[in-house]
Design a protein around this ligand. Structure first.
Ligand SMILES: [Fe+2]
Length: 229
């Protein structure tokens, strides 16, 4: 059965220090775009993830800065993982964009500790993000948003535990979807892990609160994506 304290956004601490993006992150993301241009990957997609985020999150707000910082951290981690597997020829630009946009649905949820005052439970932010991104015309990015919550949620689980979600499989399928969901588990939108990676033990403790099967899935991802035990 779904418990309201599962799939929460953060450890419960109110955010206080989201006044500005770190200069390092800003430098890094501008240099990332420069790299894209070099490789002529820029223009492969017409998504401007910043503009899209700003359509739903006024850029002067702490929530926007929080979401962008989180997205950039997840993007960086996901690209580090992707770069371990050159033979898979992963779509780096897509990974970057989708990582920035994966949590676009949070403003529709009720998560006051983040500054979100919507009506839906936080667990809904994945499929709500999908709806937004599909409406905007980005169905591939939309699937990342829907499938990144936890280590994915199955239709069976939604029905059995009566989760407040549409009854369909929300499990990462493509390598890009899996890598972004994996990278997301290393960070939260709370102060402690906004820019500092969680340890594997901390991630497993978080997932263990949902169920031991979630820990097992994460361990498999870790073995698969990092090539480690
Ligand atoms: Fe996230």
């Amino acid at each position: 059965m779904w418990k309201k304290n599962q799939y929460l956004p953060v450890g419960g601490r109110r955010l206080t220090n989201t006044g500005a993006l770190s200069p390092f992150l800003l430098w890094e993301h501008s240099s990332f775009y420069a790299t894209m241009e070099d490789k002529e990957e820029k223009g492969a997609s017409d998504v401007n993830p910043y503009r899209l985020l700003q359509k739903y999150y006024p850029p002067c707000t702490p929530l926007y800065r929080l979401l962008l910082t989180h997205g950039l951290m997840v993007a960086r981690k996901a690209l580090q993982v992707a770069d371990r597997w050159p033979l898979l020829a992963l779509d780096r630009r897509f990974i970057y964009e989708a990582a920035i946009l994966h949590d676009i649905g949070i403003f529709l949820t009720n998560a006051p500790s983040l500054g979100c005052y919507g009506t839906k439970p936080y667990i809904c932010h994945g499929y709500l993000g999908r709806e937004i991104l599909e409406r905007e015309g980005y169905p591939r990015h939309a699937l990342v948003a829907e499938r990144h919550v936890g280590v994915g949620i199955t239709r069976e689980e939604i029905i059995q535990r009566q989760l407040p979600l549409p009854p369909r499989d929300m499990v990462p399928q493509s390598w890009e979807e899996k890598i972004i969901a994996y990278a997301d588990k290393f960070f939260s939108k709370g102060e402690e892990h906004l820019t500092r990676e969680k340890t594997l033990a901390e991630i497993e403790a978080d997932l263990g609160r949902i169920g031991p099967e979630k820990v097992a899935i994460f361990r498999n991802w870790h073995r698969e994506l990092q090539g480690q035990q």
